[in-house]
Ligand binder design. Structure first.
Ligand SMILES: *Cc1c(COP(=O)(O)O)cnc(C)c1O
Length: 374
């Protein structure tokens, strides 16, 4: 075998591979009351807001926990108790958002398309016109369960024209795909530390329209997931309301500095696109077909069909590729045997070519070599 003398590269959409600089930024203990730590929090908030040009309209509220905690905080806080949310679903994260709205006892409707089909803005328009009681729309920008990209700008325009509020789960797109708050109307856009900014996992953040947040006091039925309380406490004290994940905050801050130094969102998109293209070229040679049409695929995470062969098992494939230094991600589809490869993280196209090599070697070891001509 090929023992690798380093941590495996994570081809997973969070946690993902972080840079050495980001890792070493976590080798300090910080006091949560200390001014230097709170200055880091303030810088993170400003930098995140700048990525979407949101300074005039929005504020950034960080939140402890994984990304889901921040989505739940946003929905709990922004959706009034007598509100009605329409959740647009074409994958597992859309289903998760609908479930959390139902669990908090608020009214929820869903609109679901196939997992290979983006949500169409004209469907959203039709649904909103048919039901004036819908106050909020929930959208997953890049549905990480397949890697499909939903048309955020078109849907946001329709939602705004119909006078409703939009809550966007941009977890796996923020920082990589362009999103400008001056052009795309949204009340809340949510992402997390351990995705395209390439920090460690452990905190999320909501970019929230200030006027919507100001009017949301008392909406949340959750103590810890109350975005308004988190915000007002942070504004008054500069501190986090409850214990902050200090090492994660420091690592995330370092990751954001590198994000800016690399050239911000355009540079990140260019690098991820290079990773994506290297992956697609290599896996095509191995005879592995993508699940999605290239036209609807984001360069974030790719779902690939597994070889149609009884000798294939993901567990075996995964273990062999891991032993060669790369961590793959299982598929999330029920109707097809697939696996996923993330294009995000502190990696480049050469890492991706080596990963494809490892996949090819693993398939050959399993007796599943590429078809003739590959
Ligand atoms: C990663 C991710 C989340 C958050 O998942 P957590 O496990 O809570 O971090 C939510 N939505 C999307 C689209 C994601 O990719």
């Amino acid at each position: 075998m090929h023992p690798v003398n380093r941590d495996p590269i994570l081809l997973t959409p969070g946690p993902l591979t972080t840079s050495l600089h980001t890792k070493t930024a976590m080798l300090r203990d910080w006091g949560s009351w200390d001014a230097s730590f709170n200055a880091i929090t303030a810088q993170i908030r400003a930098r995140l807001l700048a990525i979407v040009n949101g300074h005039d309209s929005h504020v950034c509220v960080p939140m402890q926990g994984s990304g889901t905690f921040s989505i739940e905080a946003a929905v709990h806080t922004l959706l009034p108790r007598d509100g009605h949310m329409l959740v647009l679903i074409n994958g597992a994260y859309g289903k998760r958002m609908a479930r959390m709205v139902a669990m908090m006892g608020r009214r929820v409707s869903v609109f679901e398309t196939g997992e290979e089909r983006p949500i169409a803005a004209r469907d959203v328009e039709r649904l909103l016109r048919a039901d004036p009681s819908i106050s909020h729309v929930g959208l997953i920008h890049c549905e990480t369960s397949t890697g499909i990209l939903n048309p955020l700008a078109a849907i946001a325009a329709v939602v705004a024209a119909e006078g409703r509020a939009l809550i966007v789960d941009a977890m796996s797109s923020f920082g990589a795909l362009p999103i400008d708050a001056r052009e795309i109307p949204f009340d809340a856009l949510i992402a997390a530390s351990g995705k395209c900014i390439e920090g460690p996992p452990g905190m999320g953040f909501v970019l929230v329209r200030k006027s919507a947040l100001e009017g949301s006091a008392g909406n949340s039925q959750s103590l810890s997931l109350d975005l308004h309380e988190q915000w007002s406490y942070m504004e008054q004290t500069t501190q986090w309301r409850f214990t902050p994940p200090t090492h994660v905050v420091a690592g995330f801050h370092a990751a954001l500095e590198q994000f800016v130094a690399e050239g911000g969102q355009p540079a990140r998109l260019a690098r991820y696109t290079g990773n994506y293209q290297a992956l697609m070229a290599g896996t095509a040679q191995l005879g592995l077909a993508p699940f999605l049409d290239a036209a609807v695929q984001a360069p974030i995470i790719v779902t690939l069909h597994a070889p149609a062969d009884a000798r294939y098992s993901f567990t075996d494939f995964y273990a062999r590729v891991r032993d060669k230094g790369f961590i793959l991600y299982p598929g999330k589809l029920t109707r097809a045997e697939t696996f996923r490869v993330g294009c995000i993280g502190a990696i480049g196209a050469q890492d991706m070519r080596l990963a494809v090599h490892a996949m090819g070697d693993a398939l050959r070891e399993m007796g599943l070599s590429a078809p003739p001509g590959a």
